[in-house]
Design a protein around this ligand. Structure first.
Ligand SMILES: CC(=O)SCCNC(=O)CCNC(=O)[C@H](O)C(C)(C)COP(=O)(O)OP(=O)(O)OC[C@H]1O[C@@H](n2cnc3c(N)ncnc32)[C@H](O)[C@@H]1OP(=O)(O)O
Ligand SMILES: O=C([O-])CC(=O)C(=O)O
Length: 371
């Protein structure tokens, strides 16, 4: 038995949710470029869960179900006040809150297709409320109740700031949600599938996935990109900063990918948005720094930017706190996690690979006082 480090190149599941073939990303056969330009996030949720785009009535039904389930039990929101909220990373709070939500869902452990779909709706509907409420409670503000007349994207920004977003902000945020929704067998999705393949419940699957997304080699990279941009501070500082990091063999966050070689097809969309939004908000230096970093890292290391790179300056321009970038990724990716969880249940087998043992050979037990 020979291990493949990081399971590189191993095909571990069949899936019809999304595919990456020759650096082209599709959701259920729809090119991400097409969806990014045209689809609402609500349509993408339906697409991923039902494997087809909704007609008008189906879309209205899903939108209504999401609106009807967006409220979060007061116990979950009050829970934020029971720990030192200003010292807690929102991804930790989110991981705990999703786990806690399960305790207020009477169907948490019911394993029928119908109950699983109802729970899917509840989780997808509530996760924006949880993330935005956390952000407000830690600032001493009351959570803003969700509104049923706003789109998923607009409602998130509204619950965060208490103000209706501009059409440009709504469009940009919707596009970011569409672009982050699914990505084949990435680490967090694989985590979710491993969890539910034991026939554990959806809440456990999503909680586990949030834990995996949190890491800086995965979804946590977008916050690290923003940290880097903040540290660099000006276009003139980019070159010495990046050269020093590369000379030191440090990784540049937001670059590289296990699957893409020529480039992540989501990055160009985010690059365009970054340029537009940073100009609009009078902070073009964030785009200019990003472009300079891009030129240097791709030029010197042949590493293209991934989805996390330009999303940082996009979210920053939308006036979103930097440590909420990864929770926002989770809000979007929940749609993909759920699609994969439902797919796993529909054709389940326990996921249990083997390990190549490299420890000591056979040993004889020695009593403690003889060691
Ligand atoms: C949504 C997402 O999850 S997208 C990815 C988000 N993560 C990041 O942006 C973090 C930075 N990037 C990385 O750490 C990696 O590129 C990963 C984790 C995305 C992919 O990792 P792997 O496929 O395991 O590639 P691995 O880490 O082995 O890198 C291969 C080589 O490229 C180098 N490399 C990879 N990414 C980077 C980077 N961002 N900066 C500098 N060098 C890098 C490695 O140092 C390594 O070089 P070596 O062969 O000389 O040792
Ligand atoms: O696929 C991956 O390994 C990481 C990624 O880009 C994503 O999850 O969107």
């Amino acid at each position: 038995m020979t291990a493949t480090k990081g399971l590189e190149g191993i095909v571990a599941a069949t899936s019809s949710v999304s595919s990456i073939i020759d650096d082209t990303l599709t959701y259920v056969g729809y090119n991400i470029d097409d969806l990014a330009e045209n689809a609402t996030f609500e349509e993408v949720i339906y697409l991923l869960w039902h494997k087809k785009l909704p007609n008008k009535a189906q879309l209205e039904e899903l939108t209504q179900q999401l609106a009807d389930n967006a409220e979060v039990p007061a116990e979950v929101l009050n829970h934020f006040k029971s720990y030192p909220i200003d010292k807690v990373h929102p991804m930790g709070a989110l991981r705990t809150a999703i786990s806690l939500l399960a305790l207020y869902d009477e169907e948490a452990d019911v394993m029928s297709d119908e109950a699983n779909y109802r729970k899917a709706i509840r989780i997808q509907a509530k996760i924006p409320t949880v993330v935005t409420a956390f952000s407000r409670v830690r600032k001493g503000l009351d959570p803003v109740a969700p509104r049923s007349d706003l789109s998923f994207a607009a409602n998130f920004l509204y619950m965060l700031s208490g103000e209706e977003p501009s059409a440009i902000a709504e469009e940009a945020f919707n596009k970011a949600l569409v672009l982050h929704a699914d990505h084949e067998l990435n680490a967090s999705t694989f985590t979710a599938r491993v969890c539910v393949a034991t026939l554990s419940d959806i809440y456990s699957g999503i909680t586990s996935a949030i834990g995996a997304l949190k890491g800086p080699l995965h979804g946590g990279a977008n916050e690290q990109v923003m940290k880097m941009l903040t540290e660099i501070g000006s276009v003139e500082n980019v070159e010495p900063y990046i050269n020093a990091k590369l000379a030191n063999k440090e990784k540049i966050m937001g670059f590289g990918h296990r699957v893409y070689r020529k480039g992540d097809p989501r990055a160009p969309h985010l690059k365009v948005m970054s340029q537009k939004l940073t100009e609009l908000t009078g902070q073009p230096e964030y785009y200019e720094m990003s472009v300079k970093i891009h030129e240097l890292v791709t030029g010197q290391k042949n590493l293209p930017p991934n989805v996390d790179f330009y999303s940082a300056s996009v979210y920053h321009s939308l006036d979103i706190e930097h440590d909420l970038f990864t929770p926002i990724f989770a809000v979007s990716r929940t749609s993909g996690w759920i699609a994969h969880i439902l797919e796993q249940y529909a054709n389940n087998r326990l996921i249990r690979p083997r390990a190549e043992y490299n420890g000591p050979g056979m040993q004889k037990y020695v009593p403690v006082d003889e060691r």
